[in-house]
Design a protein around this ligand. Structure first.
Ligand code: DOR
Length: 307
C-alpha cells in the first residue's frame, strides 16, 4: 500500500507531479508511457487572476546539473482554467491541486475564491516563484507578508491549503511557523533556487530574463535540508510536507521521507523519463517490503542525526 494522506486528501501514490511540469494535466497525456493515474497527485501550473504571457525567451536553459527556467507564470488566467480546463480532467485517476499565484494579497484571495467550487482536492499557494517582479518569492521570503497571504487565502476557501515555501528564506523554521499559524494545512518545499548561466561568446546570460529558478539534481541537497528544517516545526502541528527539488528516483524519495516529507513531487526528472513515476512507485514498494514496513508514513521524519 503506497497511499499517503495529505491533510485529509488520500493519494494512492506518494509521488506527485510538481507544478509547472505538464500545464494543467492534459499535456502529458499524449506522451507514451505516462498516465496521470500513476501519480498520487498532479499540481497544476501556477494560475493568476488574469492571463499572463510570461517572460521573454529563452525561458528554459539546460545546464549539466539542472534546469534553469524563467517562465514568469505564463497561464491563461483562473476563469479559463476553471471553465475550460478543469472539466477535462479525470478525477477518478488522481488528485489535482491548483497552484495559486498572484502579485497582491487580494489577487491570491480572489484566485482561491474562484477555485473554491471546483472538483480540485486542494490549493497550493505559491509564495515562492522566483521569476516575477511583484509577489511570488518576494512574499515568501518575508514572514509577515507570507502570513498575510495565507490568512487571506484561508478566509477565501474551505479547500486544504498547501503553502509552497521558498528556498531563499533566511529563517526557514520561522517562515514555516508563521504560515502554519496563518492557516496552512500542509507545506511544500522547495521551489526553485535562483541561478544564472552565461554565454561566453556573447557575454550575455542565456536566459532572456537574465536569471531564473534552478531545478534538478543540483538542488536536491538544499531541498533535503530545507525539508528537514521545516519538519522540525511542522511535526509539532501535524502538518504534512511535500518534498521536492531534484527528486529523480525512488532512492531520492526515500531520503525526502526520512528528512520529514510525507510525499514527494517530481519535476525536471519527469521531463526526461515519462516512465519515471511507474519506476519510482515500484522502487518505493520494494524498499518498504525489504524493510518490513507497511506504509511510507513509517519512514517520514525517521532520520537519525549524528551526535
Ligand atoms: O521556477 C519556477 N518557475 N517556480 C515557480 O513558482 C513558477 C515558475 C514560473 O512560471 O516562472
Amino acid at each position: 500500500d503506497l497511499s499517503v494522506n495529505i491533510c485529509g486528501v488520500v493519494c494512492h501514490s506518494p509521488v506527485a507531479m510538481a507544478s509547472g511540469n505538464a500545464g494543467y494535466g492534459l499535456e502529458y497525456q499524449a506522451v507514451s508511457g505516462f498516465h496521470n493515474q500513476d501519480v498520487g497527485a498532479v499540481f497544476l501550473k501556477g494560475t493568476t487572476l488574469e492571463p499572463k504571457l510570461g517572460n521573454k525567451p529563452d525561458r528554459v536553459w539546460e545546464t549539466p546539473n539542472g534546469l534553469l527556467n524563467s517562465i514568469g507564470l505564463q497561464n491563461p488566467g483562473v476563469d479559463y482554467v476553471v471553465n475550460q480546463l478543469l472539466p477535462q480532467l479525470d478525477y477518478s485517476a488522481t488528485q489535482y491541486f491548483a497552484n495559486v499565484s498572484g502579485s497582491s494579497i487580494e489577487e491570491y484571495a480572489e484566485v482561491c475564491r474562484r477555485f473554491d467550487q471546483t472538483a480540485l482536492a486542494g490549493l497550493e499557494i505559491n509564495i515562492s516563484c522566483p521569476n516575477v517582479k511583484k509577489g511570488g518569492a518576494a512574499f515568501g521570503n518575508d514572514p509577515d507578508m507570507a502570513a498575510r497571504v495565507v490568512e487571506a487565502c484561508r478566509a477565501s476557501t474551505t479547500k486544504p491549503l498547501i503553502i509552497k515555501l521558498s528556498p531563499n528564506q533566511t529563517d526557514v523554521a520561522e517562515g514555516a511557523r508563521r504560515v502554519i499559524e496563518a492557516g496552512a494545512d500542509a507545506l511544500s518545499a522547495i521551489n526553485t533556487l535562483m541561478g544564472m548561466s552565461i554565454n561566453i561568446d556573447t557575454w550575455r546570460p542565456d536566459l532572456g530574463n537574465n536569471q531564473g529558478g534552478l531545478s534538478g539534481p543540483a538542488i536536491k541537497p538544499v531541498a533535503l535540508l530545507r525539508v528537514h528544517q521545516v519538519y522540525q516545526v511542522a511535526k509539532h502541528h501535524d502538518i504534512p510536507i511535500i518534498g521536492l527539488g531534484g527528486v529523480s528516483c525512488a532512492e531520492d524519495a526515500i531520503e525526502f521521507f526520512l528528512a520529514g516529507a510525507s510525499m514527494v513531487a517530481v519535476g525536471t526528472a519527469l521531463a526526461k523519463d515519462p516512465l519515471l513515476i511507474k519506476k519510482m512507485n515500484k522502487g518505493i514498494a520494494r524498499y518498504l517490503e525489504k524493510r518490513g514496513l507497511q506504509s511510507v508514513s513509517q519512514l517520514t521524519g525517521k532520520l537519525e542525526l549524528n551526535t
